[in-house]
Design a protein around this ligand. Structure first.
Ligand SMILES: Nc1nc2c(c(=O)[nH]1)N[C@@H](CN(C=O)c1ccc(C(=O)N[C@@H](CCC(=O)O)C(=O)O)cc1)CN2
Ligand SMILES: NCC(=O)N[C@@H]1O[C@H](COP(=O)([O-])[O-])[C@@H](O)[C@H]1O
Length: 193
């Protein structure tokens, strides 16, 4: 049984989909949730699902090894970023090399990097007049949105689409594919479909 830790900063809808996906699985389970925003909805999900949740403290996260040691002590096999809005520091990236993944709500390398998260991403895509958007699931390295791509899925953008309607299309892709990719990675299955 593999152990998954989810890092989030917001509502946690992707975390909920991953928790649901593994709810009666013999492959893996979500054993830890970590969040940097005390009022984030993810804490209510953790309570409902009876999963330990930790409020991340800024200085220890960026300056020490406390969280590396915690994840190692908890025998975490895969770290899943799901709307986590801080940059994962180099010590954690190195300690969990190729075992930290992220989902980005656009087709990287476009619309990535500092400042590109949530609504800001969809706003930029709509303002650019692109005909499509989508998701990128990728490994996490020491830079924002720079790690090797695991999967990209696309959705069309039609006249009249707004950042809000695009966000809904992208969220369908996220909820469909993130749990599937997490399972494929943990069972060493091919990840491209
Ligand atoms: N080392 C890495 N850490 C993180 C990555 C990554 O690829 N490598 N991905 C992000 C998730 N993300 C995009 O997918 C992302 C999240 C947040 C930001 C951002 O600009 N954050 C702001 C702070 C926002 C806040 O505190 O409310 C900032 O850094 O100024 C960019 C991209 C997760 N971590
Ligand atoms: N650049 C990172 C980024 O923008 N991540 C995005 O945050 C949202 C979290 O939603 P959730 O809290 O409902 O899972 C998701 O749309 C995810 O792609």
């Amino acid at each position: 049984m593999k152990n998954i830790a989810i890092f989030a900063s917001g509502a946690g809808s992707n975390a909920q989909k991953i928790i649901d996906h593994f709810s009666d699985s013999t492959i893996a389970r979500v054993t830890l949730i970590l969040c940097n925003k005390p009022d984030a909805g993810i804490f209510r999900i953790a309570e409902k699902e009876n999963i330990p949740a930790i409020l991340i403290e800024k200085d220890p996260f960026f300056r020490g090894d406390d969280y590396v040691q915690l994840l190692q002590r908890e025998q975490i096999d895969l770290v899943v970023l799901a709307g986590f809005l801080w940059k994962v520091p180099a010590n954690l990236v190195q300690a969990f090399a190729n075992r930290i993944i992220n989902i980005h709500p656009a087709l990287l390398p476009k619309y990535g990097g500092k400042g590109m998260y949530g609504h800001f991403v969809h706003e930029a895509v709509i303002n650019a007049g692109d005909a499509e958007s989508g998701i990128t699931i990728h490994y996490v390295n020491e830079k924002y949105d720079d790690g090797a791509t695991i999967l990209q899925e696309r959705c069309t953008i039609v006249p009249g689409d707004t950042p809000e309607t695009l966000a809904k299309k992208v969220q369908v892709l996220e909820h469909t594919w993130y749990p599937v990719i997490v399972e494929r990675l943990l069972t060493n299955e091919a990840v491209s479909h």
